[in-house]
Ligand binder design. Structure first.
Ligand code: OXD
Ligand code: MN
Length: 579
């Protein structure tokens, strides 16, 4: 047992005064014991064992259903290190404020100690943490989402370092809810929420905010990206990492089912939310998925949109905030069978109250249950990345797909990402906002320094991935989607892979390389020629406005903005002006 872990747990216990302390060993017996306890306390509801064996429903506090970006802080000594992209508080003040909230907060409760490892237990790229929490729901979720328990503790003892995460659900008062990060001391304090993104500290808090800070000093990247392997009928697999904002289809893309017109193609899931990317000795970038489970958005999941997820969550899954049918099956909008009896709050379902399942209702499930799970997800060295793909949810402007001219131009593509907000975070939905690299809520430091780091990582790679941007969400003037999406996205990924191999044509445009309509495989698709042309149209007037808006956004970062990025933008503006 690490003395540092023991000492820190004792210190947390002195502050929070729990009735008992439980050291979690990560075993199945522990998981089942907690499940039984929560069932007895009516904190979990068992779902129909015939249709959904091993599945449970958890209903959260109705005011605690999403990430709270307005209450999430990065606490660095120098305010500029957190940057204009983060809420900031001085570390001493933040510790004082949080410790006041934590004082005595676990009286009458159990303090669980959850040692965890982000990434394969024997990977040199993995990093460990310990989460202290008073929520059994959090412990169950950590079991599914991370490698917890004895093996993680053994690795912490070997590494001699770990991220300290202190969590309490507190009294669930949104006025007393804060998620604080201290990257300089690799620690996290989260109070007042049990929602995954705020409370499963291995995920957004550690694997993105703290890890992005560590990655900068160690020369790698911690990103909000899915990782997927695409195998062609010849048995050749290319791995692609895609950064899309929350609830924009990362899980669906990572589990894509090839359309009938793609016989012999296979898609392998490495990860659906987070990628840690390391330069390899051969000059390529290698990715691991630090997580071992999925915490996915449920609504919209069905056998057509994501058959793999649909099958994955038929057993041994925790559902949060979905509706219930009369025979205790989980139900959500987009499900093609059954009907809701009770809504996500346990009330008799009445459409006047809104959707039956909360729009941000979630499933938590072990990744290994996914039929498309890749055994390479456990490879200690990760998988080599051929392409990085940025994307957002944009009704207009951004074409279906385009390719950056080179890595620095790719950094501009990523830094310029904008997307409509979704229910994954509290606040207005459908508002276009800047979400560079899909990391707006997750970068643990100043974006200007982050972009600089991206440029430097690329400079150090002899064979950097090619960089692309996609937009599955373009709409016609009447508001219908122009691209069918889901499995058909493989057609776009195929062009991307062929570009990486130097085997596909493209035309040069002011924003980058685009396929001509004939370069994209649309055979057998119900899509008009006009729609394809619209999807691949670049309007220089609109792009000039867009680049000007990106420039105004960059201005917020003042003198820290890397000159190389400003240079890329100036060139991009010049190219659209000349078009
Ligand atoms: C998530 C998110 O839950 O991005 O993955 O909010
Ligand atoms: Mn996410």
């Amino acid at each position: 047992m690490s003395r540092e872990v023991a000492g820190w747990v004792a210190e947390a216990a002195r502050l929070t005064r729990p009735d008992r302390i439980v050291w979690c060993d990560g075993s199945n017996a522990e998981f089942q014991r907690l499940e039984r306890q929560m069932l007895a306390a009516r904190e979990l509801i068992a779902l129909n064992p015939a249709s959904h064996p091993g599945c449970f429903l958890y209903r959260s506090d109705p005011a605690d259903v999403a990430r709270v970006e307005h209450l999430t802080y990065v606490c660095t000594h120098n305010r500029d290190d957190a940057g204009p992209n983060n809420h900031w508080m001085a570390p001493a003040q933040a510790h004082r404020q949080m410790d006041d909230l934590f004082r005595d907060c676990m009286r009458g409760r159990t303090l669980y100690v959850v040692p965890y490892c982000m990434g394969p237990i024997d990977s040199p790229y993995s990093r460990c943490g310990v989460e202290i929490t008073d929520s059994a729901y959090v412990v169950l979720n950590m079991h599914l989402m991370t490698r917890t328990g004895r093996a993680a503790l053994a690795r912490i003892n070997r590494d001699g370092a770990f991220v300290k995460g202190l969590h309490s659900t507190g009294d669930m008062n949104p006025e007393r809810r804060f998620i604080m990060h201290f990257p300089e001391e690799a620690s996290i304090k989260s109070f007042g929420s049990g929602y995954g993104g705020n409370a499963l500290l291995g995920k957004k808090c550690h694997a993105l905010r703290i890890a992005s800070w560590q990655a900068r000093s160690e020369g790698w990247l911690a990103e909000h990206m899915l990782i997927v392997g695409i195998e062609n009928p010849q048995g050749e697999t290319h791995y692609i990492a895609c950064a899309f904002p929350s609830a924009c289809g990362k899980t669906n893309l990572s589990m894509l089912i090839p359309p009938a017109s793609y016989p012999g193609w296979k898609v392998w899931t490495i990860g659906d939310d987070i990628a840690w990317l390391h330069p390899g000795k051969d000059g390529r970038l290698y990715a691991i998925n630090p997580e071992s489970g999925y915490f996915g958005v449920v609504p919209g999941t069905n056998a057509k949109t994501n058959r793999n997820a649909y099958e994955t969550i038929r057993r041994d899954t925790i559902f949060t905030n979905v509706a219930l049918t009369a025979d205790q099956q989980p139900w959500w909008e987009g499900l093609t069978e059954g009907k809701p009896l009770l809504d996500w709050q346990g009330r008799a379902y009445d459409p006047a109250n809104g959707p039956a399942a909360h729009p941000n209702s979630r499933f938590t499930v072990a990744a290994a249950q996914n039929p498309s799970y890749s055994c390479a997800a456990d490879a200690p060295g990760g998988v080599p990345i051929s392409a990085i793909v940025f994307g957002g949810r944009r009704r207009t402007l951004a074409p279906l797909v385009y390719q950056a001219r080179d890595w620095p131009h790719g950094v501009l593509l990523g830094a310029g990402v904008a997307s409509e907000t979704t229910a994954a975070a509290t606040g207005a939905v459908g508002v276009v906002r800047r979400d560079p690299m899909a990391m707006k809520p997750f970068a643990g430091y100043n974006f200007a320094d982050y972009w600089n780091h991206w440029i430097r990582v690329g400079e150090g790679l002899a064979a950097p991935p090619k960089v692309f941007h996609v937009n599955w969400f373009r709409q016609s003037s009447t508001g219908s989607f122009l691209w069918p999406g889901f499995g058909e996205n493989l057609r776009v990924l195929r062009w991307i892979i062929d570009r990486c191999k130097g085997a596909a044509q493209a035309r040069e445009t002011p924003i980058g390389y685009l396929p001509a309509a004939t370069d994209l495989d649309t055979a057998g698709l119900q899509i008009s020629q006009a729609a394809v042309e619209e999807l691949l149209r670049v309007d220089p007037v609109l792009w000039r406005t867009e680049f000007t808006a990106i420039g105004a956004y960059f201005d917020e970062f003042r003198e820290r903005l890397p000159a190389a990025l400003r240079g890329e933008l100036t060139q991009a503006l010049r190219r659209v002006a000349a078009a």
